[in-house]
Ligand binder design. Structure first.
Ligand SMILES: Nc1ncnc2c1ncn2[C@@H]1O[C@H](COP(=O)(O)OP(=O)(O)OP(=O)(O)O)[C@@H](O)[C@H]1O
Ligand SMILES: [Mg+2]
Length: 362
Protein backbone atom coordinates (compact mmCIF):
# COMPACT_ATOMS: atom_id res chain seq x y z
CA UNK A 1 0.00 0.00 0.00
CA UNK A 2 1.07 3.58 -0.43
CA UNK A 3 -0.25 7.08 0.07
CA UNK A 4 -1.01 8.90 -3.18
CA UNK A 5 -1.85 12.30 -1.88
CA UNK A 6 -2.74 14.44 1.09
CA UNK A 7 -4.96 17.52 1.19
CA UNK A 8 -5.08 19.74 4.23
CA UNK A 9 -7.35 22.64 5.01
CA UNK A 10 -6.71 24.66 8.17
CA UNK A 11 -4.62 21.90 9.70
CA UNK A 12 -1.93 23.29 12.08
CA UNK A 13 0.12 25.83 10.12
CA UNK A 14 -1.41 24.79 6.77
CA UNK A 15 -4.07 26.91 5.19
CA UNK A 16 -4.47 24.83 2.02
CA UNK A 17 -2.17 22.05 0.98
CA UNK A 18 -2.17 19.50 -1.79
CA UNK A 19 0.77 17.16 -1.94
CA UNK A 20 1.36 14.04 -4.00
CA UNK A 21 3.73 11.31 -2.90
CA UNK A 22 5.88 8.92 -4.82
CA UNK A 23 5.29 5.26 -4.05
CA UNK A 24 8.86 4.88 -2.85
CA UNK A 25 11.12 7.46 -1.17
CA UNK A 26 9.90 10.97 -0.44
CA UNK A 27 11.79 13.69 1.38
CA UNK A 28 10.35 16.73 3.08
CA UNK A 29 13.06 19.13 4.10
CA UNK A 30 13.11 22.57 5.63
CA UNK A 31 14.11 24.59 8.65
CA UNK A 32 12.69 24.02 12.10
CA UNK A 33 9.05 24.87 12.78
CA UNK A 34 8.04 25.04 9.11
CA UNK A 35 5.48 22.23 9.13
CA UNK A 36 7.32 19.00 8.25
CA UNK A 37 6.17 16.96 11.22
CA UNK A 38 2.66 18.38 10.81
CA UNK A 39 2.38 16.57 7.47
CA UNK A 40 3.40 13.27 9.03
CA UNK A 41 1.00 13.90 11.89
CA UNK A 42 -1.88 14.34 9.43
CA UNK A 43 -0.97 11.05 7.76
CA UNK A 44 -0.76 9.26 11.09
CA UNK A 45 -4.20 10.67 11.95
CA UNK A 46 -5.59 9.25 8.73
CA UNK A 47 -4.40 5.80 9.76
CA UNK A 48 -5.18 5.78 13.47
CA UNK A 49 -7.61 8.71 14.11
CA UNK A 50 -5.14 10.05 16.67
CA UNK A 51 -2.07 12.21 16.66
CA UNK A 52 1.29 10.54 17.22
CA UNK A 53 1.99 13.48 19.51
CA UNK A 54 -0.88 12.37 21.72
CA UNK A 55 -2.60 15.77 21.80
CA UNK A 56 -6.25 16.68 21.44
CA UNK A 57 -8.06 17.02 18.11
CA UNK A 58 -8.77 20.70 18.52
CA UNK A 59 -5.09 21.51 18.98
CA UNK A 60 -4.57 20.48 15.36
CA UNK A 61 -7.05 23.02 14.01
CA UNK A 62 -5.30 26.10 12.70
CA UNK A 63 -5.34 28.92 15.26
CA UNK A 64 -8.49 31.07 14.99
CA UNK A 65 -10.28 28.59 12.71
CA UNK A 66 -13.25 26.47 13.74
CA UNK A 67 -12.60 23.29 11.85
CA UNK A 68 -10.11 21.54 9.63
CA UNK A 69 -9.98 18.85 6.97
CA UNK A 70 -7.54 16.07 6.26
CA UNK A 71 -8.03 14.11 3.04
CA UNK A 72 -5.78 11.21 2.23
CA UNK A 73 -5.85 9.03 -0.83
CA UNK A 74 -4.37 5.60 -0.40
CA UNK A 75 -3.56 3.07 -3.07
CA UNK A 76 -4.26 -0.46 -1.95
CA UNK A 77 -4.22 -3.46 -4.26
CA UNK A 78 -4.40 -0.98 -7.16
CA UNK A 79 -7.63 0.46 -5.80
CA UNK A 80 -7.80 4.05 -4.61
CA UNK A 81 -9.36 4.59 -1.20
CA UNK A 82 -10.26 8.00 0.18
CA UNK A 83 -10.11 8.90 3.86
CA UNK A 84 -11.76 12.17 4.89
CA UNK A 85 -11.41 13.56 8.36
CA UNK A 86 -13.19 16.63 9.62
CA UNK A 87 -11.98 17.99 12.96
CA UNK A 88 -14.17 20.47 14.75
CA UNK A 89 -13.42 22.76 17.64
CA UNK A 90 -16.73 22.18 19.41
CA UNK A 91 -17.76 18.65 18.56
CA UNK A 92 -16.50 15.19 17.74
CA UNK A 93 -14.63 14.61 14.52
CA UNK A 94 -16.30 13.12 11.50
CA UNK A 95 -14.64 10.44 9.39
CA UNK A 96 -15.65 9.17 5.97
CA UNK A 97 -14.22 6.36 3.90
CA UNK A 98 -14.79 6.69 0.16
CA UNK A 99 -17.38 9.36 0.86
CA UNK A 100 -19.40 7.32 3.33
CA UNK A 101 -19.48 8.45 6.94
CA UNK A 102 -18.38 5.88 9.46
CA UNK A 103 -19.75 5.76 12.97
CA UNK A 104 -16.91 4.11 14.82
CA UNK A 105 -13.30 5.03 14.33
CA UNK A 106 -12.49 1.33 14.55
CA UNK A 107 -13.93 0.97 11.04
CA UNK A 108 -10.98 2.96 9.75
CA UNK A 109 -8.29 0.84 11.35
CA UNK A 110 -6.38 -1.37 8.99
CA UNK A 111 -7.18 0.63 5.87
CA UNK A 112 -3.87 2.43 6.04
CA UNK A 113 -1.02 0.89 7.99
CA UNK A 114 1.60 3.31 9.19
CA UNK A 115 4.81 2.88 11.11
CA UNK A 116 6.01 6.10 12.64
CA UNK A 117 9.64 6.43 13.59
CA UNK A 118 10.86 9.48 15.49
CA UNK A 119 13.98 10.22 17.55
CA UNK A 120 11.99 9.45 20.72
CA UNK A 121 11.58 5.88 19.49
CA UNK A 122 15.32 5.51 19.64
CA UNK A 123 15.13 5.72 23.40
CA UNK A 124 12.02 3.55 23.80
CA UNK A 125 14.03 0.89 25.60
CA UNK A 126 15.14 3.25 28.35
CA UNK A 127 11.91 5.20 28.74
CA UNK A 128 9.06 4.30 31.06
CA UNK A 129 7.05 1.09 30.51
CA UNK A 130 4.07 3.13 29.25
CA UNK A 131 6.05 3.96 26.09
CA UNK A 132 6.68 0.27 25.42
CA UNK A 133 3.03 -0.60 26.04
CA UNK A 134 2.07 2.18 23.65
CA UNK A 135 4.34 0.67 21.01
CA UNK A 136 2.56 -2.67 21.37
CA UNK A 137 -0.87 -1.11 21.39
CA UNK A 138 -0.39 1.14 18.36
CA UNK A 139 0.73 -1.83 16.30
CA UNK A 140 -1.78 -4.34 17.59
CA UNK A 141 -4.68 -1.90 17.17
CA UNK A 142 -3.79 -1.45 13.51
CA UNK A 143 -3.64 -5.21 13.01
CA UNK A 144 -6.55 -6.43 15.09
CA UNK A 145 -9.89 -4.67 15.48
CA UNK A 146 -10.95 -6.81 18.42
CA UNK A 147 -7.78 -5.76 20.22
CA UNK A 148 -8.64 -2.13 19.50
CA UNK A 149 -12.15 -2.51 20.90
CA UNK A 150 -11.10 -4.56 23.91
CA UNK A 151 -8.28 -2.20 24.80
CA UNK A 152 -10.69 0.75 24.83
CA UNK A 153 -13.11 -1.22 27.01
CA UNK A 154 -10.35 -2.39 29.31
CA UNK A 155 -9.12 1.17 29.86
CA UNK A 156 -12.62 2.40 30.56
CA UNK A 157 -13.33 -0.33 33.08
CA UNK A 158 -9.97 0.17 34.71
CA UNK A 159 -10.79 3.84 35.19
CA UNK A 160 -14.18 3.00 36.67
CA UNK A 161 -12.74 0.31 38.92
CA UNK A 162 -10.15 2.72 40.31
CA UNK A 163 -12.92 5.22 41.03
CA UNK A 164 -14.94 2.57 42.75
CA UNK A 165 -11.96 1.63 44.93
CA UNK A 166 -12.00 5.18 46.27
CA UNK A 167 -15.77 5.16 46.87
CA UNK A 168 -15.68 1.85 48.73
CA UNK A 169 -13.38 3.47 51.20
CA UNK A 170 -16.32 5.41 52.67
CA UNK A 171 -19.15 3.21 51.46
CA UNK A 172 -18.43 -0.50 52.02
CA UNK A 173 -21.84 -1.45 50.56
CA UNK A 174 -20.39 -0.86 47.10
CA UNK A 175 -17.96 -3.74 47.53
CA UNK A 176 -20.19 -6.14 45.56
CA UNK A 177 -19.93 -3.96 42.49
CA UNK A 178 -16.25 -4.71 42.35
CA UNK A 179 -16.96 -8.28 41.25
CA UNK A 180 -18.76 -7.01 38.17
CA UNK A 181 -15.85 -4.82 37.15
CA UNK A 182 -13.33 -7.54 37.90
CA UNK A 183 -15.07 -10.03 35.68
CA UNK A 184 -15.03 -7.64 32.72
CA UNK A 185 -11.47 -6.58 33.38
CA UNK A 186 -10.44 -10.23 33.15
CA UNK A 187 -12.39 -10.85 29.95
CA UNK A 188 -10.87 -7.95 28.04
CA UNK A 189 -7.51 -8.02 29.79
CA UNK A 190 -6.88 -11.69 29.03
CA UNK A 191 -7.32 -11.11 25.33
CA UNK A 192 -4.86 -8.21 25.48
CA UNK A 193 -2.29 -10.30 27.35
CA UNK A 194 -2.54 -13.21 24.91
CA UNK A 195 -2.27 -11.02 21.82
CA UNK A 196 0.72 -9.17 23.23
CA UNK A 197 2.38 -12.50 23.99
CA UNK A 198 1.84 -13.68 20.38
CA UNK A 199 3.16 -10.44 19.01
CA UNK A 200 6.29 -10.51 21.15
CA UNK A 201 6.92 -14.12 20.21
CA UNK A 202 6.68 -13.16 16.57
CA UNK A 203 8.87 -10.12 17.16
CA UNK A 204 11.56 -12.28 18.72
CA UNK A 205 11.77 -14.52 15.69
CA UNK A 206 12.28 -11.56 13.38
CA UNK A 207 14.41 -9.21 15.45
CA UNK A 208 17.13 -11.81 16.06
CA UNK A 209 18.06 -11.94 12.42
CA UNK A 210 17.79 -8.21 11.89
CA UNK A 211 20.00 -7.52 14.86
CA UNK A 212 22.56 -10.08 13.74
CA UNK A 213 22.93 -8.21 10.49
CA UNK A 214 23.24 -4.83 12.16
CA UNK A 215 25.84 -5.87 14.70
CA UNK A 216 27.72 -8.37 12.56
CA UNK A 217 26.49 -11.13 14.91
CA UNK A 218 28.27 -9.50 17.84
CA UNK A 219 25.05 -9.02 19.76
CA UNK A 220 22.30 -11.53 20.31
CA UNK A 221 19.03 -9.84 21.09
CA UNK A 222 15.87 -11.11 22.72
CA UNK A 223 12.74 -9.48 24.06
CA UNK A 224 11.09 -10.70 27.24
CA UNK A 225 7.44 -10.02 27.80
CA UNK A 226 7.26 -9.00 31.44
CA UNK A 227 3.63 -9.77 32.13
CA UNK A 228 1.90 -8.36 35.15
CA UNK A 229 -0.06 -11.62 35.20
CA UNK A 230 -0.73 -14.68 33.07
CA UNK A 231 -4.14 -14.46 31.41
CA UNK A 232 -5.16 -17.78 32.98
CA UNK A 233 -4.50 -16.56 36.52
CA UNK A 234 -5.65 -12.96 36.05
CA UNK A 235 -8.92 -13.47 37.96
CA UNK A 236 -7.20 -15.15 40.84
CA UNK A 237 -4.42 -12.58 41.04
CA UNK A 238 -6.95 -9.74 40.97
CA UNK A 239 -8.79 -11.26 43.88
CA UNK A 240 -5.61 -11.78 45.86
CA UNK A 241 -4.61 -8.15 45.30
CA UNK A 242 -8.01 -6.74 46.27
CA UNK A 243 -7.16 -5.62 49.80
CA UNK A 244 -4.02 -3.97 48.57
CA UNK A 245 -5.94 -2.28 45.74
CA UNK A 246 -8.54 -0.99 48.21
CA UNK A 247 -5.85 0.53 50.36
CA UNK A 248 -4.04 2.17 47.45
CA UNK A 249 -7.07 3.04 45.23
CA UNK A 250 -5.34 1.56 42.20
CA UNK A 251 -5.52 -1.69 40.30
CA UNK A 252 -2.16 -3.32 40.86
CA UNK A 253 -2.55 -6.33 38.56
CA UNK A 254 -3.29 -6.40 34.83
CA UNK A 255 -1.90 -5.70 31.36
CA UNK A 256 -1.81 -1.95 32.10
CA UNK A 257 1.28 -2.83 34.12
CA UNK A 258 3.01 -4.96 31.49
CA UNK A 259 6.46 -4.28 30.18
CA UNK A 260 8.94 -5.51 27.59
CA UNK A 261 12.55 -6.10 28.48
CA UNK A 262 15.31 -6.00 25.90
CA UNK A 263 18.26 -8.25 26.42
CA UNK A 264 21.43 -8.31 24.37
CA UNK A 265 23.89 -11.07 25.13
CA UNK A 266 21.73 -11.84 28.17
CA UNK A 267 22.16 -8.40 29.66
CA UNK A 268 19.16 -6.18 30.37
CA UNK A 269 20.11 -3.19 28.24
CA UNK A 270 17.55 -0.94 29.86
CA UNK A 271 19.74 -1.00 32.95
CA UNK A 272 23.18 -1.87 31.62
CA UNK A 273 23.18 -1.09 27.91
CA UNK A 274 25.39 1.53 26.30
CA UNK A 275 23.71 4.23 24.29
CA UNK A 276 24.77 2.56 21.06
CA UNK A 277 23.37 -0.80 22.13
CA UNK A 278 20.05 0.78 23.06
CA UNK A 279 19.79 2.62 19.75
CA UNK A 280 20.69 -0.44 17.74
CA UNK A 281 18.04 -2.45 19.52
CA UNK A 282 15.44 0.26 18.91
CA UNK A 283 16.33 0.36 15.25
CA UNK A 284 16.07 -3.42 14.91
CA UNK A 285 12.75 -3.23 16.71
CA UNK A 286 11.31 -0.74 14.22
CA UNK A 287 12.51 -2.74 11.24
CA UNK A 288 11.02 -5.89 12.71
CA UNK A 289 7.74 -4.06 13.10
CA UNK A 290 7.66 -3.47 9.33
CA UNK A 291 8.32 -7.16 8.79
CA UNK A 292 5.55 -8.29 11.13
CA UNK A 293 2.98 -5.99 9.59
CA UNK A 294 4.01 -7.14 6.14
CA UNK A 295 3.66 -10.79 7.04
CA UNK A 296 0.31 -10.33 8.77
CA UNK A 297 -1.49 -8.11 6.30
CA UNK A 298 0.40 -9.38 3.24
CA UNK A 299 1.18 -5.82 2.26
CA UNK A 300 3.88 -3.30 3.06
CA UNK A 301 3.04 -0.59 5.56
CA UNK A 302 4.01 3.03 5.00
CA UNK A 303 7.03 4.21 6.95
CA UNK A 304 7.25 7.76 8.29
CA UNK A 305 10.71 8.80 9.45
CA UNK A 306 10.54 12.04 11.37
CA UNK A 307 14.00 13.55 11.64
CA UNK A 308 15.43 10.21 12.58
CA UNK A 309 18.28 9.79 10.11
CA UNK A 310 20.31 12.66 11.49
CA UNK A 311 20.24 10.89 14.85
CA UNK A 312 21.95 7.79 13.47
CA UNK A 313 25.58 7.19 12.58
CA UNK A 314 26.34 6.20 9.00
CA UNK A 315 26.47 2.48 9.77
CA UNK A 316 22.98 2.53 11.26
CA UNK A 317 21.71 4.87 8.56
CA UNK A 318 22.83 2.42 5.88
CA UNK A 319 21.30 -0.46 7.74
CA UNK A 320 17.99 1.36 7.93
CA UNK A 321 18.03 2.51 4.33
CA UNK A 322 18.98 -0.94 3.06
CA UNK A 323 15.99 -2.42 4.82
CA UNK A 324 13.33 -0.19 3.38
CA UNK A 325 13.75 -0.68 -0.33
CA UNK A 326 10.26 -2.07 -0.88
CA UNK A 327 8.12 0.21 1.26
CA UNK A 328 6.88 3.74 0.79
CA UNK A 329 8.88 6.05 3.01
CA UNK A 330 8.27 9.68 3.86
CA UNK A 331 11.31 11.23 5.47
CA UNK A 332 11.60 14.62 7.12
CA UNK A 333 14.94 16.35 7.69
CA UNK A 334 16.32 19.83 8.07
CA UNK A 335 19.05 19.64 5.42
CA UNK A 336 19.43 17.80 2.16
CA UNK A 337 23.22 17.55 2.35
CA UNK A 338 23.07 14.57 4.64
CA UNK A 339 21.54 12.49 1.86
CA UNK A 340 23.08 13.59 -1.39
CA UNK A 341 26.30 11.69 -0.79
CA UNK A 342 24.62 8.68 0.69
CA UNK A 343 23.48 6.92 -2.48
CA UNK A 344 19.91 7.13 -1.30
CA UNK A 345 17.69 6.84 -4.39
CA UNK A 346 15.32 9.68 -3.64
CA UNK A 347 12.25 9.77 -5.80
CA UNK A 348 10.66 13.02 -4.73
CA UNK A 349 11.92 15.98 -2.74
CA UNK A 350 9.78 18.71 -1.26
CA UNK A 351 10.86 21.85 0.49
CA UNK A 352 8.68 22.98 3.37
CA UNK A 353 8.59 26.69 4.25
CA UNK A 354 6.04 28.21 6.62
CA UNK A 355 3.21 25.93 5.73
CA UNK A 356 3.84 25.80 2.00
CA UNK A 357 5.35 22.87 0.19
CA UNK A 358 7.13 23.08 -3.14
CA UNK A 359 8.42 20.30 -5.31
CA UNK A 360 12.15 20.47 -5.91
CA UNK A 361 12.89 19.60 -9.51
CA UNK A 362 15.99 17.62 -10.41
N1 LIG B 1 -2.97 24.68 15.66
C1 LIG B 1 -2.00 25.33 15.01
N2 LIG B 1 -2.31 26.40 14.22
C2 LIG B 1 -1.34 27.05 13.55
N3 LIG B 1 -0.04 26.74 13.61
C3 LIG B 1 0.32 25.70 14.38
C4 LIG B 1 -0.64 24.94 15.11
N4 LIG B 1 0.01 23.97 15.78
C5 LIG B 1 1.30 24.11 15.48
N5 LIG B 1 1.51 25.15 14.64
C6 LIG B 1 2.78 25.62 14.06
O1 LIG B 1 3.38 24.58 13.30
C7 LIG B 1 4.77 24.78 13.34
C8 LIG B 1 5.48 23.50 13.73
O2 LIG B 1 5.36 22.61 12.73
P1 LIG B 1 6.17 21.24 12.75
O3 LIG B 1 6.18 20.63 14.08
O4 LIG B 1 5.63 20.46 11.62
O5 LIG B 1 7.63 21.78 12.43
P2 LIG B 1 8.85 20.99 11.79
O6 LIG B 1 9.05 21.53 10.42
O7 LIG B 1 8.67 19.55 11.94
O8 LIG B 1 10.02 21.54 12.71
P3 LIG B 1 11.26 20.76 13.39
O9 LIG B 1 12.30 20.67 12.35
O10 LIG B 1 11.64 21.70 14.48
O11 LIG B 1 10.77 19.45 13.89
C9 LIG B 1 5.09 25.82 14.37
O12 LIG B 1 5.43 27.01 13.71
C10 LIG B 1 3.78 25.96 15.12
O13 LIG B 1 3.59 27.24 15.61
MG1 LIG C 1 9.51 18.15 13.24
Amino acid sequence: MFINSLDLKNFRNYDNLHIEFDSHINILYGDNAQGKTNILEALFMSATTKSHRGGKDKEMIRFSEDDCHIKTIVSKDDILRKIDMHLKRRSKKGIAIDGINIRRSSELFGLLNIIFFSPEDLSIIKQGPDKRRRFLDIELCQLDKIYLTYLAKYNKILFQRNNLLKQINYDRSKLDMLDVWDEQLVTYGSYIIDKRADFILNLNEIIREKHDKLTGSLEKISIDYEKSTESSSFAERLKAAREDDLRRYITTVGPHRDDMIFMTNDIDIRKFGSQGQVRSAALSLKLSEIEIVRSRIKESPVLLLDDVLSELDSNRQNYLLNNIDDVQVIITCTGLDEFVNKRLPIDRVYKVVEGTVTLKEE
